[in-house]
Ligand binder design. Sequence first.
Ligand code: ATP
Ligand code: MG
Length: 180
Amino acid sequence: MYLKTLTLRGFKSFASSTTLALEPGITAVVGPNGSGKSNVVDALSWVMGEQGAKTLRGGKMEDVIFAGTAGRAPLGRAEVVLTIDNSDGALPIEYAEVTISRTMFRSGGSEYAINGNTCRLLDVQELLSDSGIGREMHVIVGQGQLDSVLRATPEERRGFVEEAAGVLKHRKRKEKALRK
Ligand code: ATP
Ligand code: MG
């Protein structure tokens, strides 16, 4: 399993549709300060279901939508599409290629789809939760974040282990059921 393509449309500084083609192995994104490298990483978190505006380096969730520049008007929606190669069957779905997309409108609300079928955030989370590419913070380690992993509380550390062991989704389901 590996990430194949990432498409950004109206996401942060990527006003025009931009597709990054990735290969198996290590990918490095290089560029001058402010050119959008971290925005690419934010797009990856976002399409996998990230719910925290702060994690996405914004004040509110709508801040991911292209806000306009001197020469270009703001956009009304952001969309990110992630294609994952699943020919080894690592994701629990019977497709050799899996496409996850998330769209957000300035008027509010997010829509998710798996292989073009509208789904819930929970479906995206469950699809990814056993794969090692879930949205939890130890997957995407930001600048200075290594420190916080090392200084994690016992509860947080338990969360890492649970996700790695594939039981986090069951705990989330249980918590959800208990809230009802
Ligand atoms: P550095 O090397 O300093 O870490 P970077 O390549 O990681 O830089 P980013 O943080 O990805 O840069 O991009 C920052 C740019 O994205 C800024 O110019 C900022 O104005 C722009 N930006 C962020 N959100 C939006 C938005 N919603 N609409 C338009 N532009 C945005
Ligand atoms: Mg950066």
